[in-house]
Design a protein around this ligand. Structure first.
Ligand SMILES: NC(=O)c1ccc[n+]([C@@H]2O[C@H](COP(=O)([O-])OP(=O)(O)OC[C@H]3O[C@@H](n4cnc5c(N)ncnc54)[C@H](O)[C@@H]3O)[C@@H](O)[C@H]2O)c1
Length: 370
């Protein structure tokens, strides 16, 4: 077994600090990490059922031993529901979980969000470790401690801030990930660059295709860059009162699209991709940013074949009023004002509470809604 260099990002949050390891083949060291941090405390593996046949799952089980209790979770956004949560609580309790146990969450953002929320609430809180296996979860959802499930009123409306004790990002786990899911994660990568890092955007313009081709060096560099950026933003505003809201660039649109599609037909990252371009177009319409920036973002997403238009997400018409109604349910709003993250240029995102509903409706109709 050859373990190449491991990059480490240390978090520094209010009540807890933990490490995020990024590298190739590092899952092979999971038992060592467990023992260093938790000694002989019992472990429970929760995992996305789609991973059952993959080398990722096999390595984890081999490292921890075949007798380790494992709990499969149905893949897909539908699993972020109260029903699946209840099932998970029951499975954890029947597996004999106690406060000394450590829960491992193996999978993408769905598993991380659901299991994280279960860990936060079962027995009033049990330690958990994230092993993200999608690009999106490696650069975003596994970091920062947001855990949540959806309900009929919208996405992530029930949840908690609950930090894991450790995050293991093994880029090898991406070997089984589809191109569609790679692009989904890539949209969030572009988001970080647009928020506050023009140089990273330039780097992505050159290297984006290598990231999508899963080239080790490019993956490691870009994942490390995004994780560091997220840790930096979250450490200034863990509870999402201010600066952390910047991470929602594109998401006011994206969450509304996902809600209106009933969380089917599109991935989260595809909705984010369209949301990013719309946020920059809206910024341009409201005269905050130049047209060149918008064109540059559109070209970059387009060159890598990420969706950029509302019509790419909704083959049938979608009503502007329905999008706006969903936006009004966003957690980040204050009163009746829909909060947007807009840009003054690539690398210069800011929070904007000044978008008028009338202008928003006109903008959505100009961009493909009816
Ligand atoms: N907590 C946060 O801060 C945060 C941030 C961003 C997104 N999210 C949430 O994350 C979720 C999206 O996460 P996601 O994009 O990872 O989706 P996901 O967890 O649904 O995974 C996408 C698909 O990839 C499959 N998969 C996972 N790992 C694989 C692998 N290694 N090989 C092959 N297939 C694999 C899954 O079975 C699934 O079909 C959304 O619910 C979103 O709200 C949370």
């Amino acid at each position: 077994m050859i373990i190449k260099m491991v990059k480490t990002v240390k978090t520094c949050f209010n009540h807890t600090n933990y490490k995020i390891y990024i590298g190739k083949n590092i899952l092979e060291k999971i038992d060592f990490y467990h023992k260093s941090l938790f000694q002989n405390r019992p472990k429970l593996i929760t995992y996305d059922k789609n991973l059952y046949q993959t080398s990722t799952f096999n390595i984890l089980l081999k490292q921890f031993g075949n007798k380790t209790k494992t709990i499969p979770i149905k893949p897909g956004e539908e699993s972020k529901s109260i029903k699946s949560l209840e099932k998970l609580y029951n499975n954890l309790l029947s597996a004999g979980i106690d406060r000394d146990s450590v829960i491992y969450a193996l999978g993408g953002g769905v598993i991380g969000d659901l299991v994280g929320f279960a860990a936060a609430t079962i027995l009033r809180g049990v330690d958990y470790v994230q092993i993200p296996t999608t690009l999106l979860s490696q650069i975003d959802s596994s970091v920062g401690g947001k855990t949540a499930i959806n309900n009929q009123y919208g996405k992530n409306l029930i949840g908690s801030f609950y930090q894991p004790k450790l995050v293991i990002i093994d880029i090898d786990t991406l070997s089984s990930l589809s191109q569609r899911q790679m692009k989904t994660g890539y949209a969030e990568m572009v988001k970080y660059a647009i928020i506050n890092d023009l140089n990273f955007f330039k780097w992505l313009e050159k290297n984006g295709k290598h990231v999508l081709n899963k080239e080790d060096k490019c993956l490691e560099k870009s994942i490390h860059q995004c994780v560091s950026s997220k840790v930096n933003i979250v450490s200034k505003d863990e509870k999402d009162k201010n600066e952390r809201a910047l991470l929602n660039l594109g998401h006011t649109f994206a969450h509304a699209f996902e809600k209106n599609s009933n969380y089917s037909n599109m991935t989260h990252g595809e909705a984010v991709s369209v949301g990013l371009l719309l946020a920059s177009k809206l910024s341009n319409k409201l005269k905050y940013c130049d047209l060149e920036d918008t064109i540059r973002i559109e070209e970059h997403l387009g060159q890598l074949q990420l969706p950029t238009k509302i019509q790419n997400l909704f083959p049938k018409n979608i009503r502007a009023n329905d999008i706006i109604a969903s936006m009004k349910l966003d957690k980040k709003n204050y009163g009746n004002i829909i909060r947007f993250i807009l840009i003054k240029g690539i690398g210069k995102a800011f929070i904007c509470d000044k978008v008028k509903e009338k202008d928003l409706k006109e903008f959505l109709i100009e961009n493909g809604a009816i």
